[in-house]
Design a protein around this ligand. Structure first.
Ligand code: NDP
Length: 339
């Protein structure tokens, strides 16, 4: 059995989604309530592979909201993640993806040091961040969508916002080794980590976001920002491809400008319908078939009976692992979203 630990993108989103999640009575509640709510399994899922194999899974809502970080409710945020992990493990899940901010909180607050949750010892081998598959899917989206827009990657400058993160660094490794892009622009806040990445890649230039955007033919957004930033469209090249893998999205969702194509990054579409409700709740365009690549990673590990923390720790994603999960992804009928 596979598991997915997820959360909603804001208090506003959570209030709107209450009825769909089966607890309408919570829709007037404020952040305090969400800080204290225990995790719940709100969806039982069946997925059929393109090979015909069938698996079952569960979606655990952690009740974490990005506002908890902004309001410095760190204890609440970390408790949400640990309690959701314990809940998944107690309910017999063999491999669970830590969706969106769950894995970021786990890493940032070093939760591997807290193995015991009440009377349960967490078995970290039963969890995966899902970031290897997410990075792979984003790279494929860049490789396949850019030529369709008339962008020749061999002549292209690609900016990665969130370059030093777990997903961002893997994307940078792939772009450097596999695509032959002309230039790579590395964007994040911490200068030391940026310099270390540039040294590891032996490629790319460190830039601020303001300097990188006007130079970029392609922008990959994988920064862990609790809210989307506003982008000044007049400064961008045309055509420009933006692959936004953030959850919540890195670019303001209302952004719409001719000549600039924004692709939902890190999203896959399955060949067959999936029997679930959760993707309706997160407003996926085709909720029966489209899903986050990190969630798909736990499905792939279940299909492959690889009950192990395939993606774990920060900046450990290798090209070999991206190849392996990419091959499984194709075999079981998932493909990167291209429209
Ligand atoms: P990490 O925490 O590992 O990395 C985040 C990166 O963002 C770092 O490089 C960080 O560097 C940078 N960053 C944070 N804030 C800013 C900012 N204001 N400006 C510029 N850079 C910034 O995160 P992950 O790689 O695990 O995840 C990245 C994003 O992908 C998140 O939004 C996450 O929710 C999403 N995600 C999507 C998935 C999917 O399936 N589509 C799956 C998993 C995650 P610094 O702190 O130095 O600025």
């Amino acid at each position: 059995m596979f598991g997915l630990i997820g959360h909603l993108t804001s208090l506003q989103h959570a209030r709107k989604a209450c009825a769909d999640m089966g607890f309408e009575e919570f829709s007037e509640q404020g952040l305090d309530f969400w800080c204290s709510a225990p995790p719940r399994i709100i969806d039982d899922i069946k997925v059929v592979s393109a090979t015909g194999q069938e698996i079952e899974g569960r979606y655990v809502e952690s009740f974490f909201l990005p506002e908890m970080l902004a309001a410095k409710r760190i204890k609440a945020a970390t408790r949400k993640v640990l309690n959701a992990m314990a809940h998944a493990q107690k309910n017999g899940v063999d491999i669970t993806a830590l969706g969106g901010f769950s894995s970021i909180i786990f890493e940032n607050f070093k939760l591997e040091q807290i193995k015991r949750v009440r009377n349960l010892d967490l078995d970290f081998r039963k969890f995966t961040t899902g970031n290897t598959h997410t990075a792979y899917v984003i790279c494929k989206q860049v490789e396949e969508a850019a030529p369709k827009l008339g962008i020749d990657l061999a002549k292209a400058t690609v900016a990665v916002c969130g370059a030093t993160g777990d997903i961002g660094s893997a994307v940078c490794r792939w772009l450097t080794a596999r695509t032959g892009i002309k230039e790579l622009l590395l964007v994040a806040r911490n200068q030391e980590r940026l310099n270390n990445l540039q040294e590891e890649l032996k490629f790319g230039q460190v830039k601020t976001l303001e300097d990188a955007l006007p130079e970029a033919d392609v922008v990959v957004w994988v920064a862990s920002m609790p809210k989307g930033v506003e982008v000044e469209p007049d400064s961008l090249k045309q055509p420009c491809l933006m692959v936004d893998g953030g959850y919540p999205k890195n670019i303001d969702v209302t952004f719409d400008f001719p000549g600039v194509t924004v692709l939902k990054g890190g999203i896959v579409e399955h060949t067959l319908d999936i029997d679930w409700r959760i993707m309706h709740i997160v407003n996926m365009d085709v909720p029966g078939r489209q899903l986050f690549a990190c969630f798909a990673e736990s499905m792939l590990l279940e299909f492959e009976k690889l009950h192990t923390n395939f993606s774990w720790g920060r900046n450990q994603i290798t090209l070999e692992k991206m190849d392996l999960i990419g091959e499984a992804s194709r075999r079981h009928g998932f493909r990167p979203l291209l429209t």
